[in-house]
Write a new protein. Structure first.
Length: 266
């Protein structure tokens, strides 16, 4: 674990591996990559990433994890500010070219970066992409707003991230959920991907892979099939029998597809 100062904020990050291929990992809301993707960063697990080929920089976004305090600066420029800071993080660490993996909330920042830093971002991987927000998503977030409705293992995981303070973790989560329900569509009236071309595709040009669990609570395979068509170089991988945390049940498939894609073997 290390900290780096950007825009006056002390941003926490973890570094795994020493390979030539640099990958920025952006976790989901209130999360930490080494907890959400514990198998992938555990050398004793067969699903662990290849640390000889890759270097993973796992950021903890301002206001979450160990980048808290301060409180998360919710507002109309939040995601674009996150994107700018993540790019500066990578360049300050010496990675002028890198790939990005984003999960759920992290996919928002990832797609902004892929559009904005075209010469820096080589590949894009999105797991459970949360780019659009509709009434169905609002209802699902309302169901999951209270920790009482979470799986016991998941509650324990986020309790650990916040020094065994479950109330703190729940408050951060509920603040995030309320912002998404009340403000997201007002701020991003046209979505995050900007204008599309005559083929209905966005402006992202780098190779893009999308992962979705067949049983994901928040997003359907059909949604991701349609979403993948918006990318010029998009490919969808469905994890049968897996849910939102597909990286656990499908750890080997996850590792193989992600590494092969980053090495241009897919």
């Amino acid at each position: 674990m290390s900290f780096i100062e950007i825009d006056g904020f002390q941003i926490c990050y973890e570094k795994y591996g020493h390979g030539q291929v640099a990958v920025l990992i952006i976790p989901g809301a209130i999360g930490r990559a080494s907890c959400d993707f514990d198998f992938q960063f555990d050398p004793d697990h067969p699903g662990c990433f290849d640390f000889n080929r890759f270097t993973f920089i796992c950021v903890e976004l301002i206001g979450w994890g160990r980048s808290c305090p301060p409180e998360r600066p919710y507002g109309p420029t939040l995601l674009h500010d996150d994107a700018d800071r993540c790019d500066r993080l990578m360049r300050k660490l010496g990675y002028n070219e890198y790939s990005i993996f984003g999960w759920c909330e992290g996919t928002k920042i990832a797609v902004i970066m892929a559009q904005k830093f075209v010469n820096n971002v080589k590949n894009l991987i999105l797991q459970a992409p949360y780019i659009y927000h509709d009434d169905k998503m609002t209802e699902k977030l309302k169901i999951m707003r209270d920790f009482a409705n979470w799986d016991a293992r998941l509650r324990r995981q986020y309790k650990i991230i916040y020094n065994n303070n479950a109330d703190r973790a729940e408050k951060l989560w509920q603040t995030y959920v309320d912002f998404m329900i009340e403000k997201y569509n007002d701020i991003y009236t046209d979505g995050l991907l900007g204008p599309k071309n005559e083929n209905g595709q966005n402006q992202i040009v780098c190779p893009t892979m999308i992962f979705i669990g067949e049983r994901d609570f928040f997003f359907t395979v059909e949604q991701c099939e349609n979403f993948t068509k918006e990318f010029r170089n998009g490919k969808l991988i469905v994890f049968e029998g897996c849910g939102h945390f597909l990286q656990r049940r499908g750890a080997i498939k996850f590792k193989e597809n992600m590494e092969n894609f980053l090495l241009n073997k897919n």
